[in-house]
Design a binder for this molecule. Structure first.
Ligand code: NAD
Length: 368
């Protein structure tokens, strides 16, 4: 089986699907590895680093002609998608819920897809392949650092000859993978952290990191916030308003707010309204990890955009944070891909079995 790693085409994307250490592992497993020239450079890996571990650096045309499996990070652009042919398999975070037409078109043309976004994440066998988790961890870590960088005071309590500085009060809304990593990072920097999530079971995880779980008294009509597959469900408009009414006072008291809430296939819930931003103190910082095309958790936030509001509150709409730490993110992603390729390559053959719990889910109903 020949796998080919393409250079990512999305603007600002610096990650690469395979890193040199992963090439070594795949070669050992009997796979041939092609890497498009320059593919790793955004993550500081040169073509020579790849060839030293047994990959062949080739031009894109050559790669599409020879690869059985094409590896990418984000969804391919139109030109890349058009270069794929029937019988080839594309593996990546293809975002089939956001770009259903892209994947449907590939399937129509006989291109097989393995969308890592569709991984059944609660299966313990699938954990080593969980790219959403590996990338969300990087994003959560980086979000806490961005907040610390923009905040004009210390995160830790500091006792100096000139007296004691109080620690920063950090509030993390959404305590999934990214939120937990943001909590851990803010704690390591010495902040006092409070966190909230609609999934009641996240309380234990928050507390085990030394943060306080925010008790939001649910009005009588709200049920538990847990939905299918371990994810949150979408709250009704009324529930969202009630939630904001309960969290606004905590937002106003916080020096830093980091939001990470997502509901699969839906617009991210609005957790910090313009009214709540107005109540915050000058110098406070808000980082919205959920900022995207559809809006984010913070009213008015936009990806890759920082606004300083009239009242002195800085709102940072996070962009592609894993790409901002491309080396760590690519290394973790490549390990996920190695685990997946070991799962689907048996005795030197690529076996895509729709009946397999993991493979079948990743194929998303496409050709086998
Ligand atoms: P996600 O990115 O879909 O969402 C981030 C967080 O936002 C989630 O914790 C969600 O509950 C929360 N959220 C949604 N709406 C909210 C609202 N209105 N207010 C506050 N918080 C809100 O989630 P994720 O980080 O991908 O994790 C999803 C689930 O998968 C979690 O239960 C996580 O523990 C689980 N998970 C399990 C495994 C495993 O078992 N191996 C691996 C990874 C993740």
């Amino acid at each position: 089986v020949t796998v080919g790693t393409v250079r990512e085409r999305a603007p600002g994307e610096r990650r690469v699907a395979l890193v040199p250490e992963a090439v070594t592992l795949l070669r050992r497993a009997g796979l041939d590895v092609l890497v498009e020239t320059g593919a790793g450079f955004g993550a500081w890996f040169t073509d020579a680093d790849y060839t030293a571990t047994g990959a062949e650096a080739v031009a894109a045309d050559d790669l599409y002609a020879r690869a059985d499996v094409v590896l990418c990070v984000g969804p391919p652009d139109t030109a890349t998608a058009a270069s794929l042919r029937s019988g080839q398999t594309l593996v990546g975070l293809l975002e089939p819920l956001r770009h259903p037409d892209l994947v449907a078109d590939l399937h129509r043309r006989g291109v097989r897809t393995l969308s890592l976004d569709l991984l059944p994440r609660t299966l313990s066998r699938a954990q080593s392949m969980d790219a959403l988790t590996s990338q969300a961890s990087v994003a959560g870590y980086k979000a806490a650092l961005l907040a610390a960088e923009s905040y004009d005071r210390f995160f830790p309590m500091l006792t100096t000859a000139a007296g004691t500085m109080r620690p920063a009060q950090v509030l993390v809304l959404g305590a999934g993978v990214a939120g937990l990593q943001a909590i851990a990072t803010a704690r390591r920097l010495g902040a006092v952290v409070t966190a909230y999530d609609v999934r009641p079971e996240s309380r234990g995880e928050v507390e085990s990191l030394g943060a306080r779980f925010l008790d939001v008294k649910s009005p009588p009509h709200t049920g538990p916030g847990a939905g299918l597959g371990g994810y949150a469900r979408e709250l009704t408009d009324q529930e969202q308003r009630d939630q904001r009414a309960a969290t606004d006072a905590h937002i106003a008291r916080s020096d830093v707010v980091i939001t990470t809430a997502q509901v699969p296939g839906c617009r991210p819930p609005l957790l910090v309204s313009a009214a709540a931003l107005e109540l915050m103190k000058p110098g406070s910082v808000v980082v919205d990890l959920a900022a995207g095309e559809l809006g984010g958790n913070v009213e008015g936030s936009e990806p890759d955009k920082t606004d300083v509001l009239d009242n002195g509150v800085t709102v940072i709409g996070a962009g592609r944070l894993p790409s901002a730490m491309a080396t760590a993110a690519s290394t973790a992603y490549a390990r996920n891909l190695v685990a997946l390729l070991r799962h689907v390559v048996r005795d030197g053959e690529l076996v895509l079995d729709p009946a397999d719990e993991i493979t079948g889910a990743l194929m998303g109903g496409g050709p086998s």
